[in-house]
Each structure stands twice: as C-alpha cells, then as structure tokens.
Design a binder for this molecule. Structure first.
Ligand SMILES: [Zn+2]
Length: 278
C-alpha cells in the first residue's frame, strides 16, 4: 500500500546563525546597539514524498511475461525461496563465493538466496572494515544447491539459514566451544551487530552462555545501553531477534528474511510446478 506523506512546510528560520567569532583583545567598548526586529520565518516548499514497498523485479510482468520467463529463461527469475525453511526448497540458488575473510566448511552445502549471500557478505565485510586483522571466519552449513532436507538439520532447506562460526581469540576454528576463555567478544559482537543493523535477519540462535559474554562486552562499548539490554533481555511476552536455543555454543544459526526470493516464490511457484521446473 502506498502512502503519501504530503507536502511538508519547513521553516529554516530557526536555524539562522549569525554568530561572529570573538577575537581575544579586540572587544568593542561601543555602547550596545538595539537588537534588530525578528525576521518572520519563510516557509520552504518541499516536493511530496511517497513511501512504498521496494520494487520487486517482477513488478509489471504480467502472466504471459511470467509464463515466458518460466518456460524459456527461468534463470532470470532470480533466487526463489520455496515453502518454509523446515519444509521447502531453493530454486536458482547462489553459492557463497570463496574469500580470504571466510572459509566454507563444505562448499556443496553453501548455497542460499542471493539476498542471504549479500547480507552475509556485507556483515563480514563490516567486521573486516572495523577490524582489518580479523581472522578467517568459518561458515558452516547453509543449504544444498536445490535446498531440501539434509542431515542433521530440520531447517536450512530454503536458502535462508546459515550456521556461522564465532570469532575466537586463538584464531580461526570451526565448531569450537565459545566461552570466556576462547570467544573473541569484540569481533563476535561486531559481527552480530553488523547482522542486526542490516534489518535482513529474522533471528539469531546463540547459546545463553555466549549471549552473556556478548552482552557484557556490548555494554562497555555501545552508547545505547538500553538497546543492548533489550536485545538480550526482551520485555515479557516479546521475543528478541537474539534467542537461546541449545546446541549453539559452537556456532550461531542465522535465519535471514529474503523478502524478494519469498515473494518470487508466491508469484512464480504455480507455473514452475506446472512446467516441471521444480
Ligand atoms: Zn543451523
């Protein structure tokens, strides 16, 4: 639904500033002059601002256009996250690229939607920008090339889940227990914060014991302590993005939204199924 915020009248008069720098030793001894009369504010007319949802690549493509894409150029549909993360599949999945900043534990299980790949890449790049000497981060299971069930996971089926390593004080490691002696709290908090602030994460599973270490560190560096507190101690009946689930002392599980890939599924799935593409 589109909403029009309307025309905004903004007065800039309140921001007028005519302060004169004072030069030491040059104070005037002239009698004070009367203040000039106040200047009435002049309204500035801004153009209308229209706020709406982001455009989807298939916006404007009618049924015949969609049919042609499905039959002849299904690659152009982009990534499609089909069904639920614990009962679904992935179409036009994208493999996480190799990088000196991360290591794929199993490249054949490192497939996801384009949005998941992009969000994950941006988050790790943010850590590296802030900490250029960050060690290589281990990336565990994502999805299979075409999604679906694989052991030992219940989810990880539709290109929206990633098992992500923690940063450790003693360098790169995979599936190592994170505790007060091993966890690099500064780098791991940097990663968690980068994921959270993108707005593309539905939730993170992190063991309570690791959450305590991250909260303790975050409270020492974040200016907004109430945000940190609510992140780890949500109000009653509210669920935080960061959640405790047993089994996540050795890695965190990230569920991304992938809005575009889910929307493409809604629009294209019936035709993909009809023409045997999936
Ligand atoms: Zn997982």
């Amino acid at each position: 639904m589109r909403r029009t915020l309307g025309l905004l009248l903004v007065s800039l008069a309140g921001f007028a500033c005519d302060a004169v720098p004072v030069v030491s030793g040059a104070e005037s001894h002239a009698p004070p002059r009367a203040a000039p009369p106040p200047v009435p504010p002049t309204p500035t007319l801004l153009s209308a601002v229209v706020v709406g949802p982001a455009r989807h690549p298939l916006d404007g493509v009618d049924r015949n256009g969609l049919l042609a894409l499905v039959r002849a150029e299904p690659k152009r549909l982009g990534s499609i996250s089909i069904g639920r993360a614990n009962r679904g599949s992935l179409y036009n999945g994208v493999q996480m690229p190799e990088s000196s900043h991360w290591r794929l534990v199993d490249p054949d299980r490192s497939w996801a939607t384009q949005e998941t790949i992009d969000s994950l890449t941006l988050a790790i790049q943010a850590v590296v920008r802030e900490h250029p000497r960050a060690p290589t981060l281990a990336l565990g299971d994502m999805s299979k090339p075409r999604g679906g069930y694989f052991r030992p996971h219940r989810s990880h089926q539709s290109g929206r889940d990633v098992d992500l390593g923690y940063y450790y004080l003693e360098g790169p490691a995979w599936y190592k227990t994170a505790d007060a002696a091993t966890l690099d709290r500064e780098l791991t908090w940097s990663l968690v914060k980068a994921l959270l602030t993108q707005g593309s994460v539905e939730y993170l599973f992190i063991d309570n014991s690791v959450q305590e270490l991250l909260e303790e560190y975050a409270l020492t560096v974040e200016p907004d302590r109430s945000w940190v507190h609510e992140l780890f101690h949500p109000p009653a009946k509210h669920e935080s993005v960061v959640r405790h689930v047993a089994g996540h002392k050795t890695h965190m599980h990230v569920r991304f939204y992938s809005d575009q890939a889910c929307e493409t599924s809604k629009r294209a799935y019936p035709l993909l199924a009809r023409f045997g593409r999936i």
